[in-house]
Design a protein around this ligand. Structure first.
Ligand code: AMP
Ligand code: FES
Ligand code: ZN
Ligand code: ZN
Length: 314
């Protein structure tokens, strides 16, 4: 197996590109793909201060590394979600990563700072854990970025993630979600810019990137996500990809180039566009007196904490 660029020994084959790459040229390919996505979707400008949301998994740690390699002033933000041993281990991985490199990391722990955690919030609200989890993360990413004066929040969503979400939204024709499924969401009053610089790189590439760069990430997935629809969509797309390499990329980037624009009007107005007020407790834009996050905190705080078994919540 020879590198397509230098003909030296290759370490990875990328079927979508129908090519093999050596270590150096594979790492260069990853940096080039990120540079290209950032430029193509106007995600970041030179000198931007970026807050990278890091979970301890391969994608977000690789993203932090890549943004720093590309010269951005990128700091980390980790949210302790209180999902048993999974959260303990992911927190340790993120802290060790940041410490080894001397890169600034902000840690927000839901239990310590807001007196709740994701399993407990899920039980109290009687919704799937990912719903309380996503709501908490979005709110805290936004707040930390605004408070810290960052130009953008970057997350490690990769091509597999975005294609799977698109697949789910298309399958059910959730047009309001399709309208917002872009790799960059511009800053609006009260919300920072959100960017996903890894959209053109797949899961397998990100794992290889971490191994080759010596990044210790946690392989374990969130135990509360097991069996959810999103994982099913990923598996379905993996089967299609195996038979027809390049399908995921064509599906997602074809949507962005040829269809996304058509759904723009389906996006409901945010609180600020509809001229409504601010949360009386935290000041975030909100249609109600309390924003969804403060409402969740109020409902969950003080509830008996849910103890996780290896299978999930009890
Ligand atoms: P997920 O929703 O778990 O697929 O994660 C998507 C992205 O959200 C990751 O790539 C990270 O950028 C970010 N993220 C997920 N969990 C956390 C966390 N606990 N703390 C900070 N960022 C996170
Ligand atoms: Fe959010 Fe699993 S990471 S519920
Ligand atoms: Zn090479
Ligand atoms: Zn609030």
């Amino acid at each position: 197996m020879k590198c397509r660029v230098c003909r030296g020994p290759a370490v990875i084959d990328i079927r979508r590109h129908n090519a093999n790459f050596c270590v150096d040229h594979f790492l260069r390919l990853c940096r080039d793909q990120v540079t290209k996505a950032i430029a193509e979707f106007s995600m970041l400008e030179r000198g931007d201060r970026v807050l990278v949301a890091v979970s301890g998994g391969k994608d977000s740690l690789a993203l932090w590394d890549l943004l720093r390699e590309l010269g951005y002033e990128a700091d980390g933000l980790y949210i302790g979600l209180g999902i048993g041993g999974y959260s303990d281990r992911s927190g340790e991985a993120v802290k060790a990563f940041a410490q080894e490199r001397g890169w600034p990391l902000q840690v927000i722990d839901l239990r310590d700072e807001f007196d709740y955690d994701v399993p407990t919030a899920a039980k109290v609200t009687k919704r799937v854990p990912c719903s309380a989890c996503g709501l908490s993360k979005r709110h805290l990413f936004d707040k930390a970025a605004l408070d810290g004066g960052y130009d953008a929040v970057a997350t490690g969503h990769n091509l597999d993630d975005e294609a799977a979400v698109l697949f789910g939204n298309t399958l059910r024709w959730q047009t309001e979600y399709l309208a917002r499924q872009m790799p960059v969401l511009p800053a609006r009053h009260g919300f920072p810019r959100k960017v996903k610089p890894l959209v053109s790189l797949g899961e397998r590439e990100m794992a290889a990137y971490c191994v080759l760069r010596g990044i210790d990430y946690i392989v374990e997935e969130c135990p509360m996500a097991a069996g959810n629809k999103h994982l099913g969509y990923k598996e379905a797309l993996n089967e299609i990809e195996a038979r027809s390499p390049g399908s995921k990329h064509a599906f997602y980037f074809g949507f962005l180039a040829r269809a996304a624009e058509r759904f723009r009007d389906a996006a409901p107005d945010g609180p600020e566009e509809s001229g409504l007020g601010l949360c009386t407790r935290c000041g975030a834009p909100s249609t109600n007196e309390l924003c969804a996050f403060c409402h969740l905190v109020e409902r969950s705080a003080g509830a008996e904490p849910v103890v996780l078994t290896t299978k999930g919540a009890r």
